[in-house]
Ligand binder design. Structure first.
Ligand code: GLN
Length: 188
């Protein structure tokens, strides 16, 4: 299995380590910066970062179109924080480039500025025990339209969604030792 981690910005190495820690045989991590690199993988993660910058680069160099095509052909994709913003249909109050894959609207930096980054328990559908949600200038999901579904909430706010093989989380499971969500992603 070749697993891609979009490596334009953000903590992509942590995602790579978490995927390898899942312990599946024959897992190879491929860092993705171009559409050619995407063609070598069967699933991919879009990590955290800054969505305006990454969006511009994805649009300019064609990786955005390649990701959209791959998702439409059934490739599992998981976006964490900025990655979820990139996968959203729209961003509240802004006209910025996104992949428009998840039928959701998001609000950026919705928990406050950098100083307001925090960690707390988050209940995720399908997991027996909560995960430790690491929120860093995190977005919240302000609306979810079918076929997208809410899979995680924190303090009444939607922080995790699923739409078939597409997943978005506001928080960063790769920054904890808990690999349950990475395992789940590998089963999609
Ligand atoms: N605040 C960033 C954005 O709006 C996302 C932050 C993150 O990915 N940790 O693009």
């Amino acid at each position: 299995m070749h697993v891609g981690v979009v490596a334009i910005q953000g903590d992509f190495e942590k995602h790579a380590a978490a995927i390898l820690a899942c312990g599946y045989d024959n897992t190879t991590i491929v860092e993705i910066r171009t559409s050619e690199e995407l063609a070598h993988v069967e699933r991919a993660i879009i990590p955290g970062g800054e969505s305006t910058t990454v969006g511009l680069l994805m649009q300019r160099y064609g990786l955005g179109d390649a990701l959209k095509k791959a998702a439409s052909e059934g490739m599992p994709l998981w976006g964490t924080c900025m990655g979820m913003i990139m996968m959203a249909k729209s961003v509240i109050g802004r006209h910025q480039y996104t992949l428009e894959l998840l039928e959701i609207e998001v609000a950026r930096n919705a928990f406050g500025a950098q100083v307001h980054s925090f960690e707390d328990e988050v209940t995720v559908e399908g997991l027996d025990q909560p995960v430790l949600g690491v929120f860093i200038r995190a977005p919240i999901v302000t609306s979810v339209t079918a076929p997208a579904q809410t899979i995680a909430k924190y303090d009444g706010k939607i922080v995790g969604v699923r739409q078939g093989k597409l997943i978005g989380t506001s928080f960063h499971p790769e920054l904890t030792d808990d690999i349950r969500l990475h395992r789940f992603f590998m089963t999609l």
